[in-house]
Design a protein around this ligand. Structure first.
Ligand SMILES: [Zn+2]
Length: 137
């Protein structure tokens, strides 16, 4: 949407020039308009001078940050990507640890002269391939 559409959802709207508005902030009890709404490149910029962040402003209108783009899209904040990437990294790390432990146990059993089953050999091969593909051995 555009700033001109966004401000239809707000109270106390005043035009401050082309594509520029000031209105009452919906995220806090605002009687003296303190929310700037401006079209900027491909999106609407919202700025509450009382300190509410853009997410609180859109959420209090039942919108998402994606609605601030002129062409609506599913906007995922960059920190959410970082979090997903981190959990993926830690999942791989956990699997590496498990594979290493498995191999260590199997190797120790073989050294003790114990028999290991076909299935265990199969798991060892898989674990080894996994570790090699992640450069862990
Ligand atoms: Zn506010």
């Amino acid at each position: 949407m555009r700033a001109s559409e966004f401000v239809l959802l707000l109270n106390g709207v005043q035009s401050k020039g082309e594509h520029k508005y000031i209105a009452c902030c919906p995220a806090h009890d605002d009687h003296d308009p303190s929310l700037s709404v401006t079209d900027h490149h491909d999106r609407i910029l919202v700025k509450c001078w009382a300190g509410c962040d853009a997410l609180s402003v859109v959420n209090s209108l039942g919108l998402t940050l994606g609605d601030l783009f002129h062409e609506k899209h599913d906007y995922t904040p960059p920190h959410a990507f970082a979090r997903a990437e981190m959990s993926e990294k830690s999942a791989v790390k956990t699997r590496i640890e498990k594979a290493k432990t498995y191999l260590a146990i199997a190797t120790a059993a073989l050294k003790r002269g114990e028999q290991i089953t076909e299935k265990e050999i199969h798991y060892c091969r898989k674990a080894k391939a996994f570790l090699q593909s992640h450069g862990a051995i």
